[in-house]
Design a protein around this ligand. Structure first.
Ligand code: UDP
Ligand code: MN
Length: 297
């Protein structure tokens, strides 16, 4: 893994002056109690970030699973990513599928490429989803995924609807779940049975994160996927499955391994629920799906 340097722009660029006594937003939390920024529209300068990071010629990786009927999501996903995701950066899409012939040919901008990996179709949809931790970990460990500065592990039943770029770079980054950003933590859908490795007591935790997106450097993604995979295996041996499978284990991990950056619900909008007033722009949105139909085997 390459060392990530932040040198600042090569040449000074014009930006609006920030003032120490003037908060860019006062309606939302901009920094956590452990001093990780929370990313909201209005809190960052895209031009300044790009002037800082583009000269470093980063390569951004993305893992996407499209197993069984989920291959139908690939085309709209990739087309929208080509418009909005990491514009001006090198991007490698790593697509895991059991039906490689259904990976669509989408026109990619220069410096961007698709790599297809064969994966098996597990019989339960929960298994397909939670096995991602193990599979991503293995592909980093065996160097099938390498030389990326940041890796984003995303659900495929989503589309990009606005700019999604360098403001999300961090060693480990997670997204606020759009369903649970404003409730007491004792109501978070954490796994509450102490027998599970994903157990979180009622008075622990900070934010509830959605498993549809996890990002970071390869070192950090290796650690989080290994921890979740191991916890999932222990639960399996003990005959227990956490309430929300890998999302429960991810949230348990993040209680103690707090992310260095948090993305607001702008970065995972639920298209089937009203948009909260604090969300000024939806950047990445769920695609409506008929669960019974698409998960039917
Ligand atoms: N997935 C898949 N095939 C399946 C079930 C799941 O490829 O039959 C993958 C796909 O990438 C999907 C992710 O696992 O986005 C998580 O599953 P899903 O989106 O159905 O979970 P939800 O977001 O509804 O909780
Ligand atoms: Mn999903």
């Amino acid at each position: 893994v390459r060392k990530i340097q932040r040198n600042g722009p090569q040449t000074p660029i014009e930006v609006e002056q920030p003032f120490a006594l003037k908060a860019p937003r006062t309606d939302v939390m901009l920094v956590t109690p452990w001093l990780a920024p929370i990313i909201w529209e209005g809190s960052f300068d895209q031009k300044l970030l790009d002037a800082t990071y583009k000269p470093l010629n980063f390569t951004i990786g993305m893992t996407l699973f499209a197993v069984a009927k989920y291959t139908r999501f690939l085309k709209p996903f990739l087309e929208s990513a080509e418009k909005h995701f990491m514009q001006g950066y090198r991007v490698n899409y790593y697509i895991f599928t059991d039906i490689p012939e259904q990976v669509p040919r989408v026109e990619l901008k220069p410096g961007r490429s698709v790599v297809v990996f064969n994966t098996v179709k597990y019989s339960r949809w929960q298994e397909i989803s939670l096995r991602r931790m193990e599979i991503i970990n293995k592909h980093i460990m065996n160097k099938s995924i390498r030389e990326v500065d940041y890796l984003y592990c995303l659900d495929v039943d989503l589309i990009f609807t606005n700019h999604y770029g360098a403001e999300t770079f961090a060693p480990l980054v997670a997204v606020l779940h759009p369903g649970y950003f404003n409730i007491l933590r004792n109501k978070f859908p954490y796994e509450r049975r102490p027998e599970s490795q994903a157990y979180v007591p009622k008075d622990h935790g900070h934010f509830y994160y959605i498993a549809a997106m996890l990002g970071g450097t390869l070192n950090n993604i290796v650690d989080v996927t290994a921890a979740c995979h191991q916890a999932l295996q222990v639960d399996k041996v003990n005959g227990i499955e956490a309430a929300w499978q890998e999302e429960s284990h991810l949230n348990k991990y993040l209680v103690t391994n707090m992310p260095h950056k948090i993305l607001s619900m702008e970065y995972l909008c639920n298209s089937e629920a009203p948009t909260p007033a604090s969300v000024k722009v939806c950047r990445f949105s769920t695609v409506k799906k008929n669960h019974a139909e698409i998960r039917a085997q």
